[in-house]
Design a protein around this ligand. Structure first.
Ligand code: HPA
Length: 274
């Protein structure tokens, strides 16, 4: 099916299912999606109920849109996102971002679990994205759909400085310490070799993960003006480290960071002016 048709079909379905008009969209990374369980007046719409919508297959990711109120504002959260490593094409990976834009969001908060490359980081740190390096395929490859956006969108100030400063002020207000840095998106699903870790570090990355960057590109392309990226550092990606079960670390550490993550997001949503 044509990507625009698929978008229209998903959007039409969601608009029929809920009367909530969200102004903020939040994509929850591994282990962080339970935050949507706390939305007030919530309406849960499983991906599996949406005609032709992709399905989530990863442990730690449910597969739902959750509409409701957070800090008194209408929001839509995604419990579970689609990753390129699951076999989806990039149009499916990023379809939800376009759908959320269609629902009317003015701010997209992208969150993820990632490996810390910067030796100053520690597991359970939160990092605000200052920028990204996308080593996944660019989601705009192929024929451009002009109804979504332009052929050659610029990506300057993608995670805007103004919003980053705002998030820092919120973090300070709620007593949460927060790191900042460049997020590198790789295909996964294998974790990095030591040589890859050294390479990623040498080209300026502070954290590595398997998502987010393509969603931010599509958000810019379709005209979502406000984008915030937040990584939860769930493990360190440092050469010569003893190897454990990284996926289990990801889930466990995300749990440990959950309280401050949740407080940060709640306060961002409360205070942001859109
Ligand atoms: N590498 C890539 N993706 C990740 C990691 C990692 O170490 N941790 C969580 N997501």
């Amino acid at each position: 099916m044509d990507i625009y048709e698929k978008y229209e079909k998903s959007l039409e379905y969601l608009k029929k299912k809920t009367s909530i008009k969200p102004e903020i969209g939040i994509i929850f990374g591994s282990g962080l999606g339970k935050m949507a369980d706390k939305f007030e007046d919530k309406e849960v719409i499983p991906y599996s109920s949406i005609p032709d919508f992709p399905q989530s297959t990863v442990e730690g990711h449910a597969g739902n849109f959750v509409f409701g109120k957070l800090s008194g504002k209408n929001v839509v959260g995604m419990q579970g996102r689609f990753h390129f490593y699951e076999g989806y094409d990039m149009n499916d990976v990023t379809l939800p971002v376009r759908v959320m834009k269609g629902l009317g969001i003015k701010l997209l908060i992208l969150t993820n679990a990632s490996g810390g490359l910067n030796p100053d980081f520690e597991p359970a740190d939160l990092m605000i994205l200052t920028d990204h390096i996308n080593m996944l395929p660019n989601p705009l490859l192929g024929k451009n759909e002009i109804r979504f956006g332009p052929r050659f969108p610029g990506l300057k100030d993608l995670y805007s400085k103004e919003l980053r400063n705002f998030v820092f002020s919120i973090a300070e207000k709620c007593g949460v310490s927060i790191q900042k840095g460049v997020y590198l998106a790789t295909t996964g699903p294998s974790y990095e070799t030591d040589a890859e870790i050294r390479y990623f570090r040498s080209i300026g990355a502070d954290a590595v993960g398997m998502s987010t960057a393509p969603e931010a590109v599509i958000a810019r392309h379709c005209g979502i003006e406000n984008i915030i990226g937040i990584s939860c550092i769930t493990n360190m990606a440092i050469p010569d480290m003893e190897k454990g079960d990284t996926h289990q670390d990801v889930i466990k550490t995300a749990d440990r960071a959950f309280k401050k993550f949740s407080s940060l997001i709640t306060n961002i949503v409360e205070d942001v002016k859109l």
